[in-house]
Structures are given as C-alpha cells and as structure tokens.
Write a new protein. Structure first.
Length: 305
C-alpha cells in the first residue's frame, strides 16, 4: 500500500517536501499545494514551487484547481511545460472563496462541469491524471451522481477524503460512505483523513486490503516520521522522532534565513513548521516556540526541546 503526503497550502512547499524526504522519508508520492489561475495567469510563487530543482529528488505530482475547461487547459499546459506527466485535480478544497467559484469541492454538485474536465483529460493521453475529492459540498451523497463519470475517466487513482466541503476539516470522517464508494468505484482508491499513528494506517489497511494507498496530511506534519515508522514496523521513541524534527528544522530555518530579510519574517514562516506539533512537543514547549516574540527567545525555546 502506497503512502502519499497530502498537499497542504502554506505548509508543504518545495523546501518542506525536500526536508521531509531527506530526514523523514517513507513517503512514495508528494503533491504540490493547489495551483490555480489568478487574473489570467499562475502566481510566480507557484511556478517556483514546481520548478525548484530539489523536486527532482522525489516523486512529485503537481495539483491544479479549476472549474472550467479553459483554466484546466491553461494549468495543464503550465505544468506540462515544466516536464511533468502527472497531474492531480483538486475536487475537495472546502474554502468558500473557492467553492463559490465552483472550484474544489464546489465542483461536486455539478456533474456537467466534472464531465467537461474529465473529457479534457482524454485529449492529453500522455498525462496520468488523478483526482482528490470529498463526498460532496453540502450533502454526503453528491458523489453518487459522479459514479459513472469517475469509473469511465482515465484516472490513475482517486483519493477520497470522506467529509463534505461544509465540514471543512472538522467532525467525524464518514467511514460508512467511504465504504460505499469503494464498492461503487472501479478505479484504484486512496483513503485520506485523520490518520495520525502507525496503528491508524494499519487499521485502514486491514479494513481495506485492496486499497491502493493512503494519503496523510496533518498526521505527517505533526509526526514527520509517521510513514517511515509504518514502513519499517518500528515505532520510534520520542527522542528519535525529536532528532528528525530537529534536522528538518535546521534545514528549514537555513532556508527561511536565506529567503527572508528580517527576523520577524523568518519567525513568521518558520513557525508554520511547528504549528501542528502541540501534542508531539507538549503544550508548554510548543507555546514557548509559538509565542517567542524575537529570534533570541525563539532559539532559546528550540534549544530547550
Ligand atoms: C492548512 C491546510 C491546507 C490544505 N491545502 C490543500 C491543498 O492545497 N490541496 C488539497 O488537495 N488539499 C489541501 N488540504 C487538505 C489536505 O490535503 C487533507 O485532505 C486534509 O488535511 C485531510 O487529511 P489529514 O486528516 O490527513 O490532514 C489542506 C488542508 C489544510 C488543513
């Protein structure tokens, strides 16, 4: 069973992915956070993220987000121009700013739009497409109207996050509906949602032995060794996990220091690395890092880990 690192806008940029691949490991495939067309073009920041040379050292699938054929083709051309032959289509983003434009999970109640995008995939047989989706935008049964379209689409896999868009990332994942989808769909399926320990991964693999893979987001941000621990069957003690965190932090701090000119900017960006680690570090140590008002206090908090 494959392990994919979920795309997380603001967290899994090229520098993070590289640090993770070098020090954390255990992941088969990484994704870029979604790339979209904004005012007719793609942000330079997003272009840099797909063109960074470090990407060559890992298996990376760029993710695009759009709702119309014109944007789909523009984004696919942009990604293909950089040499990629795999593209993931985001049909799961729950942010109202996107769903109101029928992007992300905003596509799910519109089979006609989905059909038009899937038809465009056939025009690019050289590309292996995949889709990441939720159950629906407002209702957990919206996916049913897409069943035939998905089964007939040229997809290498489908990743399912079994929540609806309106839930954002809260509330229970709907395992019953995920189960129904695995029965109705005939393409390789990847499960995504709330996997935070090696036992969670083993549990889903046991429940669905035919699963193509799992995709993990916040669980890997919180515990970057999670995939490796699962792969090796060896649960790392805290001090080993901490050592990996420190190595990743060293790389990312060096990157931020080079990229950002002032300490407040460096602090702002490096803090994202710790954001999901309250449980891993303990509340007191975590708070000290997150509340450090200057570089001196920040480095002191890091040394105390
Ligand atoms: C801050 C944040 C940013 C995200 N950005 C993206 C994104 O760019 N593309 C995407 O498909 N999903 C995005 N997601 C969703 C995650 O990829 C994933 O589906 C979600 O976190 C559930 O998986 P998890 O429980 O393993 O974290 C984002 C989630 C969060 C919390």
């Amino acid at each position: 069973m494959q392990i994919h690192f979920a795309p997380l806008q603001g967290y899994t940029g090229h520098e993070y992915r590289h640090a993770h691949a070098v020090h954390g490991g255990g992941v088969d495939t990484y994704y870029t956070p979604f790339i979209r067309r904004e005012k007719g073009t793609v942000r330079q920041k997003d272009i840099r993220d797909i063109t960074d040379p470090d990407n060559k050292e890992l298996h990376l699938i760029p993710q695009i987000m759009c709702s119309c054929v014109d944007d789909f083709n523009y984004l696919a051309d942009t990604v293909q121009d950089q040499g990629y032959r795999e593209i993931d289509l985001n049909m799961g983003c729950p942010a109202p700013m996107q769903t109101k434009h029928r992007c992300g999970s905003g596509l799910l109640p519109h089979p006609d739009l989905v059909e038009a995008l899937f038809r465009q995939m056939r025009v690019r047989p050289e590309v292996r497409f995949s889709v990441k989706m939720r159950l629906g935008l407002e209702r957990d049964c919206e996916w049913r109207a897409l069943t035939d379209l998905i089964n007939e689409a040229p997809l290498q896999h489908l990743c399912i996050h079994p929540r609806i868009g309106q839930q954002m990332y809260k509330g229970e994942v709907n395992r019953a509906m995920f189960h129904e989808m695995t029965k109705a769909l005939r393409i390789p399926i990847i499960y995504n949602g709330d996997l935070v320990s090696p036992a969670d991964i083993a549990g889903i693999e046991k429940a669905y032995p035919a699963l193509h893979g799992v995709m993990i987001g916040r669980g890997l941000l919180a515990r970057p060794t999670l995939a490796l621990e699962y792969r090796t069957g060896h649960e790392m003690p805290v001090h080993e996990r901490r050592a990996v965190l420190m190595q990743m932090h060293e790389d990312l701090l060096a990157f931020c220091t080079l990229k950002y000119k002032t300490d407040p900017q460096v602090l702002l960006h490096i803090r994202a690395f710790w954001e999901f680690q309250e449980q891993e570090l303990g509340r007191k140590a975590w708070k000290k890092i997150m509340k450090a008002g200057n570089m001196k206090n920040y480095m002191q908090a890091i040394r105390e880990l």
